[in-house]
Design a protein around this ligand. Structure first.
Ligand code: PNS
Length: 165
């Protein structure tokens, strides 16, 4: 059974991530979507909320497992006995960052490979950061994220507004 881990922040999951998951499943029998628990970042959604949004978005895809990890990705790979890290490349601008991550991971464990898939052109401009920026001001993000994420963003930003008032 070919297993890959697709790690990331997923704050929140976008159609770009979903496209990568769907195409990753053509190559792998099982894909573990792993949310990084990063205590030094201030995410919009908790790890549990992010996992639940990914679960909902991938409900139609057998072969997807949603999990989270803390610490080094390479240690998590060992724990899950997975040999391939899946990452998406949207544009040239992603390349340097991705090269750094892949190189460090290879230095830490040469047996783990990083595989890149090009994000579908339609989604190449979507990032979670951009989605949050736009949704914060009430703009329509329904082309960028699944309906349940649109709703979660609406609720979260409404809560933030109430707290500020
Ligand atoms: O979606 P992101 O935030 O670009 O994902 C980055 C991620 C989670 C893949 C990367 O930060 C990561 O693997 N962090 C875990 C810590 C680690 O292993 N660091 C060494 C390689 S950068």
């Amino acid at each position: 059974m070919k297993i890959a881990v697709y790690p990331g922040s997923f704050d929140p999951i976008t159609y770009g991530h979903l496209d990568l998951i769907e195409r990753g499943l053509k190559v792998f029998d099982k894909l573990i979507v792993a949310v990084l628990i990063n205590s030094s970042k201030q995410p919009l959604f908790t790890v549990e909320e992010r996992k639940e949004m990914i679960r909902e978005a991938t409900r139609h895809l057998p072969g997807v497992e949603v999990d989270s990890f803390e610490g080094l990705l390479i240690d998590y790979m060992k724990k899950r006995e997975a040999g391939v890290i899946l990452r998406g490349l949207r544009a040239i601008s992603d390349f340097e960052y991705e090269l750094q991550i892949a190189s460090i991971n290879r230095k830490l464990n040469e047996e783990v490979e990083t595989l890149f898939l090009m994000t579908n052109n339609r989604h190449s401009f979507i990032s979670s950061a951009m989605v949050k920026e736009v949704a914060r001001y009430g703009a329509d993000v329904s082309d960028l994220v699944p309906p349940h994420v649109v709703e979660a963003l609406r609720v979260r930003f409404a809560q933030k507004d109430t707290r500020r008032a």
